[in-house]
Design a protein around this ligand. Structure first.
Ligand code: CTP
Length: 466
């Protein structure tokens, strides 16, 4: 297989190495993505010799304004040119120390370099030599694997994964992104090496998890993570959703399979990473709230408990605990509300409350709730969907009428104190809350005058001790 590489960077590399009688290759992800018709903006170039030297010479020839960044310790150099990142490294041979994924590196040949790579699909190279410019080098039959949609290591998977356990997650992540199968031996080696994942930093694990979550069909990855037992180590709370308990012949649904199905459903509607995380975590507290009462399974309060425990989970996983966490907590905490709403008569007051509580995240909450319907009973699904449509319609109507999103009380605590000549006290909070209820229940309009009049009415009618 030969590629027609017109890119000036590649032809210039070819000229440089030709003069110096050296070898250079495009290697790894960019080649894989070229064949798969994906668009990669990172190009790795391997030279048998010094990558830093090649980068400097190349930059000078291409454009003197290019800044080359050199990582001396790693023997690599990189620059950005026309929005693409090029990285240059000398071909290497690696050996590993048991306690670290950082290899001991020696200079090597192209062959050595290809042997140290994680997966066959990532061990492809394209020659930049003049005599076979653009020719694909496929030492491990990766093209066949791509055709057969197979993820496989180029050499003994036990060694590949034990050397660098992150590769187990990469294998599962690529299987998810590409919708490929993992070859049996490779899968078995993951199962055998799961404990090795402990030498990988949480940040790198999260990177891979996020890539799985943002894939077209994330369930592929999570099912593989569960099957190999990696999930139990890297995300035990999610793993604990697995399984069905049966008492008196009464079982509940397997909440792990339900959750990954919800994740797939939401993936069809949104690319927002954190909304997908909310889907992954929406039932996370089901195992700890589970009870068998009156011959039925209940998960009472799982949404509130879930919203609470997510911050511990995120802390432990070293996931970012900023506003993204708050957003997920809010969605998880509210995820039952639209369902309750839609199974009863949809009253204006209940919808108004939902609008105020969900605020700007209301659309995302509705998307989550719609994704949460995984029943196999078509009639039931239809009924929920129709009711959700009704809720959405009501939301639209009430929002147009009442301008409730990002609602703030039209009367402030200070204004109440001034009007009634009061000092700060609990009473102010109670009055404010009663005004809020009146607005949300549609008893009074959402403006200052209505709120003030209502406040005087409250004072007259209630025996507030003020
Ligand atoms: N590689 C490896 N083992 C790893 C990471 C990377 O062997 N743990 C090799 C693979 O050959 C890979 C190349 O280094 O193709 C470049 O790695 P990287 O840029 O991290 O990933 P890509 O494969 O390009 O893909 P992505 O950007 O999707 O991670």
């Amino acid at each position: 297989m030969k590629f027609n590489l017109a890119d000036k960077v590649f032809t210039t590399v070819s000229e440089i190495i030709d003069k110096e009688n050296k070898e250079a290759y495009i290697i790894g992800g960019w080649v894989r993505d070229l064949i798969l018709n994906r668009h990669s903006k990172d190009v790795d170039i391997v030279v048998v010799g010094s990558g830093i030297e090649l980068a400097n010479k190349l930059a000078k020839k291409l454009d003197t304004a290019i800044t080359v960044t050199v990582f001396k310790n790693f023997g690599t150099a990189m620059f950005k040119y026309q929005n693409i990142e090029y990285e240059f490294v000398g071909a290497r041979r690696e050996s590993y120390n048991r306690n670290s994924r950082n290899p001991i590196v020696e200079d090597g040949t192209l062959e050595d370099d290809l042997h140290r790579r994680d997966l066959t699909i990532n061990a492809l190279a394209i020659s930049l030599q003049k005599n076979n410019f653009g020719e694909l080098i496929d030492k491990f039959d990766a093209i066949k694997d791509i055709e057969n949609k197979i993820i496989k290591t180029p050499t003994n998977p036990d060694i590949t994964f034990s050397d660098d356990p992150l590769r187990m997650l990469r294998a599962i992540r690529f299987a998810t992104q590409l919708n490929f199968n993992i070859e049996e031996k490779t899968l078995q080696a993951i199962k055998d090496n799961v404990q090795r994942i402990s030498i990988i930093t949480k940040e790198r694990i999260n990177d891979e998890l996020n890539k799985i979550i943002i894939s077209k069909k994330p369930s592929i990855g999570f099912l593989k993570l569960a099957e190999t037992n990696l999930l139990e180590i890297i995300f035990p709370e999610l793993y604990n959703l697995k399984g069905v308990e049966i008492v008196n012949n009464v079982g509940h649904k397997d909440n792990f399979f339900h959750t990954v199905q919800v994740l797939d459903n939401i993936a069809e509607k949104t690319d927002k990473l954190w909304l997908r995380w909310a889907a992954l975590l929406h039932d996370i507290a089901k195992p700890i709230t589970k009870k068998f009462i009156n011959n039925a399974w209940t998960f009472h309060g799982h949404e509130m408990v879930g919203a609470k425990i997510i911050s511990n989970i995120f802390n432990k996983m070293k996931m970012p605990t900023n506003e993204n966490l708050k957003y997920i907590q809010k969605l998880v905490g509210l995820h039952l509300r639209p369902i309750i709403l839609s199974s009863e008569e949809v009253t204006d007051a209940a919808v108004r409350r939902l609008i105020v509580e969900a605020g700007e995240d209301l659309d995302d909450l509705m998307t989550l709730c719609e994704a949460d319907i995984t029943s196999k009973n078509d009639e039931k699904v239809q009924r929920y969907m129709t009711n959700f449509k009704l809720v959405r319609q009501k939301i639209k109507e009430l929002e147009e009428k009442d301008a409730l999103r990002n609602w703030k009380s039209p009367i402030s605590g200070e204004q109440i104190m001034a009007a009634l000549n009061l000092q700060p006290s609990k009473t102010i909070g109670i009055i404010k809350e009663m005004i809020k209820d009146a607005i949300l229940d549609g008893k009074i309009e959402n403006n200052y005058t209505a709120a003030e009049n209502y406040m005087y009415k409250l004072i007259q009618e209630n025996n507030f001790i003020i």
